[in-house]
Design a protein around this ligand. Sequence first.
Ligand SMILES: [Zn+2]
Length: 207
Amino acid sequence: MSVSPFRYPSTAHVRRHGPAGYSTYQQFRPWLRDEFCFRCVYCLRREVWAFQDSDFELDHDVARSIAPELCRDYTNLVYACHNCNKRKGSKRLPSVSDVAYGACMEVATSGTSVGEIHALNDDGVRLIDELSLDGEKITATRRRYIEMIRSLEKNDRPLFLVWMGFPEGLPDLLGVHPQPVSNSLPAGILQSWFAKKMRGALPEIFE
Ligand SMILES: [Zn+2]
């Protein structure tokens, strides 16, 4: 199977980090960037493809208007692009922590339907519908990315690594300021992408 930037995870997301005690939910940003591998959990758009940092936001799984008490609960936050966050609004969608998105939907990587997204179950139907993941524009853009990355993989390895690799400036979670008041999963820091890079174990690309 050839490389694709639009392969949804085959398992539900298990939290690697457990920071708590921040005064604003925005302070969880470096943790969520690392947690969700620098891409939108919904459409899989990557930071390295973005024009600016503000293209990515922190989305509340259960909206603040519905559960204000979960506003600064790390387990209620995911990393999402501005567009998906806006479309989701206050809706409650199947959570990446509860279901494997890869079992809900898949993006075609071959044949005439390259770039098209298809639901695999009812959760997938809801996700695709509510987030408009099957719009004409997003579908065409996914096709272009898949075809470009495939071409780079064959013809321009250094550039391929840029488009499929990690962003510069990975967050050093031991060094972020402010530090959280507590962290229920401190061992996760050793598994952070920054820590992997420091010990020479960062993969060249991620899918
Ligand atoms: Zn998105």
